[in-house]
Design a protein around this ligand. Structure first.
Ligand SMILES: Nc1nc2c(ncn2[C@@H]2O[C@H](COP(=O)(O)OP(=O)(O)OP(=O)(O)O)[C@@H](O)[C@H]2O)c(=O)[nH]1
Ligand SMILES: [Mg+2]
Length: 829
């Protein structure tokens, strides 16, 4: 420290001080000024190390500049006190010192030389000024490089929930992150650190810099914190600026199309065309100019955009990494595309070269003969939709006025595409998957059409004969077992010399039926064995209805039904339908919703069934958004795709076609733990073990490495009833289950067993993936229960989205964790 004696020196000192203060600020009087200045030491050498700093180069310091009004949000309604706070903050030289973006940057290296002596409390600010110093260095080398902010991301020590400005907070505190450097600010500091946000959520020091690419999906999407600290008008302006300001737009060189980085005019052409690629991110893409097909380099087509755009290089044969020897416009197509073409009945042997035009018409190369329209049929469009292949929009904007009206719009004006979440529903035979899909149709979909109802009616009628034949077969077996045992007893008594009973009596038992019914039984079992049942329908239905009713009510069949656990293929629903055999067989019969739900086989077509529906996205989690911000999220469409167990058994070949599903929903029947089951002609096994093995093979499938899994533990009603009769330990997987006696616990045995089974599946899943499995208890026959299950699935997907995007600047260690038990909105396990 030094004091200069002469007047000249005092004036120089005042000049220096003035430069350090905001323009126009009065010079403080010396008694009120508290300063410390480092001077270069010029004395004799000392025997110890002196800490060195570069002296301040005062002439090069630019005076502080107020933010220009053009950068601010006009018409903002922030309060007077907030403004005053901002001003105080700016004048004390905090890290949020506003900078006129139009004025030249300080010379590289200068800012890092500013010396501050921090107290322990200010530690986080020093981090900030250090990293800002680094940022100005790197941006002055290559201000456009997106990689710069990325490096900062990696280098920055992320302290979740801790404010980068005041250093306060913890993981549970909401923070708002800068889209460039990811610095996080608490509600008290966000406006001071980000100012009027002329480019959206960026620290003042980051204005003008490109955003971190992982934040791109969040551009223009308001957060809860912003809703709290800004007025709706301000939010609208900030979000608009965030979406539309030039600094936040993609740069042409970030997009490589057919091997060549784009030029600005090419990017403009892509973004301004009638059908641009939605949500474009930096990356490498391929583009087929003739058909408009567009995809990521090395991948299947993602979408169809406007054709004949003059962008990028020449399409290469290996653009999508296909290995099918079938080519479309010179590109070797992928296996998935080939499968879909085959399902759409397009002849495509190896070495076929197609030309496909943007209206979907196609011809074989050199044949000059249009063979059809690929996307013409509704069924093909459906297949494409299921397998996530693009189809052109039905009302493609044509030429003339309509097209030009489209291209004149700014990118942000295009209506947001509805999000589609694909859910793959799997499970072993009888686990309840088709009940779930039928419930979804009744809950959220269209009503069943008259044609569908007619098919379901025939299905129910034919099922009734199937169930009866299972019972008759079981009856024969039980009768035979009984008689053999009886005979052995007789032999035993004969040997011991006791009196012989009548021979006739020994051939009768509780499982025996009269001669007339025996004839019917033989006839039906023969037809079933030959697989000829359909040949007798619908004619046989009405004719035999009284006999069916008589057989079902016969004591022998009722005794057989009591041992239904031993009839492994008889579904629970058998008695529901057989009790009403006469009604169901009549011409006038119309299946009720409950009948449809209980009926087997309604959804089996091609091993695959599918329903699309919309769920209201508003949930307790998202309400604060809609209150303050008048841009509600677009409704989400769900596609529920069910592959039945037959489709799965064929080497899981269907699965690879569903690589991009949002989640796998696996259904397990809780009451299967004592059931035996066989895969086709294979050996009988415990059905729960078979279910576990199927689950394991799906979890290990390479397609689902990144896909969240949910498990629906279904048939809790049947399970509750069974668990008191049959111990859980009959299934070897559950051999270590030891319940606490019900009178020592307020949990029922069924509840304890349920938790235990859920844990078994969770442990298994974690051992394979190291991830958490989401579990839901279900009674699929109860509609409200299935509705809750879908709402649970919706919440899980939201958490998963937010975990990835980290919307609120909270870490994966936040309360958005994947732990089911942490949500107040779902049933606690
Ligand atoms: N008790 C009870 N029965 C159920 C429940 N869910 C489904 N079921 C019945 O279980 C049987 C099989 O259910 P499905 O939905 O057809 O099972 P799936 O997975 O489609 O099996 P497949 O059609 O054989 O491939 C049907 O009779 C359903 O009515 C439930 O929660 N409780
Ligand atoms: Mg079924």
């Amino acid at each position: 420290m030094a004091a200069l004696g002469t007047e000249e020196a005092a004036r120089a000192w005042e000049d220096t001080l003035r430069k350090m203060l905001p323009p126009g600020a009065p010079l403080p009087d010396e008694e009120h000024i508290d300063y410390s200045i480092a001077m270069e030491y010029e004395g004799p050498p000392v025997p110890y190390d002196v800490p060195k700093v570069n002296p301040l180069d005062l002439p090069s310091i630019r005076p502080a500049v107020r933010p220009s009004s053009s950068v601010g949000v006009s018409g903002g309604t922030r309060s007077h006190t907030e403004r005053e706070e901002d001003e105080e903050d700016e004048s004390d030289g905090g890290d949020a010192l506003p900078r006129d973006p139009s004025s030249p940057q300080p010379p590289p290296g200068r800012r890092a030389a500013v010396v501050t002596f921090n107290t322990a409390e200010e530690g986080s600010d020093s981090d900030q000024s250090y990293s800002e110093g680094n940022r100005s260095d790197s941006s002055s080398v290559d201000p456009a490089a997106a990689g710069v902010s990325h490096q900062i991301f990696a280098a920055r020590e992320r302290r979740r929930g801790v404010c980068s400005r005041c250093g306060k907070g913890n993981v549970f505190r909401d923070t708002e992150a800068c889209f460039v450097c990811d610095a996080r600010y608490c509600g008290n500091c966000v406006l001071k650190a980000m100012g009027s946000m002329p480019e959206g959520r960026k620290c003042v020091g980051c204005i003008g810099r490109p955003i971190e690419e992982s934040k791109r999906p969040m551009l223009g999407k308001c957060s809860r914190m912003l809703c709290r600290v800004c007025s709706p008008l301000e939010i609208r302006q900030i979000m608009k600026a965030e979406r539309e300001c030039p600094a936040n737009q993609l740069r042409p060189e970030q997009l490589v199309v057919n091997g060549r980085p784009l030029r600005q005019e090419e990017l403009d052409e892509i973004l301004g065309c009638p059908l641009p690629p939605q949500k474009l991110k930096p990356g490498r893409y391929w583009y087929d100019k003739d058909s408009g097909l567009w995809g990521k380099e090395g991948g299947k087509p993602d979408r169809i955009i406007t054709s004949k755009l003059n962008v990028g290089g020449k399409l290469r044969a290996d653009a999508s990494n296909g290995n099918t020897m079938v080519f479309i416009n010179g590109r070797e197509i992928t296996k998935l595309e080939l499968r879909v073409l085959k399902l759409a009945k397009v002849q495509c042997p190896r070495e076929t070269h197609f030309w496909v035009y943007d209206d979907g018409t196609y011809e074989e190369e050199g044949q000059n003969n249009i063979k059809g329209k690929i996307w013409g049929k509704a069924s093909t469009r459906l297949i494409c939709s299921l397998f996530s292949l693009p189809t052109p929009p039905l009302n493609l904007p044509g030429s003339g006025d309509e097209a030009s009206a489209f291209s004149n719009r700014s990118v942000s004006e295009y209506p947001q595409q509805r999000r589609v979440q694909k859910l793959l529903l799997l499970g072993l035979e009888g686990s309840g998957t088709s009940t779930v899909i039928k419930q979804a149709k009744i809950l959220y979909g269209n009503r069943f059409s008259p044609e569908e109802l007619q098919d379901i009616k025939l299905m129910i009628q034919s099922n009734m004969y199937k169930y009866l034949s299972m019972l008759l077969e079981g009856r024969e077996r039980f009768e035979e077992e009984y008689l053999v045992e009886k005979r052995n007893q007789v032999l035993h008594t004969e040997e011991s010399g006791e009196v012989e009973n009548g021979a006739e009596e020994s051939k009768q038992c509780i499982y025996s039926i009269n001669q007339r019914l025996k004839h019917f039984s033989d006839w039906l079992l023969e037809i079933m064995a030959m697989g000829d049942l359909d040949a007798f329908f619908p004619a046989a239905t009405r004719e035999y209805a009284p006999v069916v009713d008589e057989v079902w009510k016969d004591p022998s069949i009722q005794e057989t039904y009591k041992r239904r656990d031993e009839l492994h293929f008889l579904p629970d629903a058998a008695s529901y339908f057989l009790d009403r055999a006469i009604e169901i067989s009549s011409n006038e019969y119309e299946p009720t919703e409950k009948d449809i739900l209980y009926a087997e086989g309604v959804t089996q077509s091609n091993g695959l069934s599918f329903i699309e529906f919309t769920l209201d996205d508003r949930s307790p989690m998202s309400e604060p958004f809609s209150e303050n911000f008048d841009c509600p999220p677009p409704p989400t469409n769900y596609q529920l795709i069910r592959v039945n167990s037959k489709g799965l058994s064929e080497g899981c070949k269907w699965l690879e076609m569903f690589e991009d599903v949002r989640a796998v929903v696996f259904c397990v029947s809780l009451s299967d733990y004592d059931q035996m089951w066989a895969q086709g002609p294979g050996p009988l096994r415990n059905k729960m073990i078979a279910s576990r093995e199927l689950f394991e093979s799906v979890v290990r499938h390479p397609c689902f490495r990144e896909t969240p899994f949910l498990i629906l533990l279904n048939k809790y009603d049947a399970f509750e009833e069974k668990i008191n009769r049959v111990p859980l330990t009959v299934c070897e997987w559950f051999s270590d289950f030891s319940p606490v006696k019900p009178h020592n616990s307020n949990q029922s045995l069924a509840n304890q067993a349920y938790y235990y089974m859920a844990m078994k599946f969770k442990d298994l899943y974690a051992s394979i993936t190291n991830q958490k499995l989401f579990v839901w208890q279900m009674k699929a026959r109860e509609r409200i229960n299935v509705d809750e299950a879908f709402k649970y699935i919706r919440e899980v997907l939201k958490w998963d989205d937010e975990k990835d995007i980290n919307v609120y600047g909270m870490g994966d260690d936040s309360f958005y964790s994947t732990d089911v038990s942490s949500s107040p909105y779902i049933r606690q396990e």
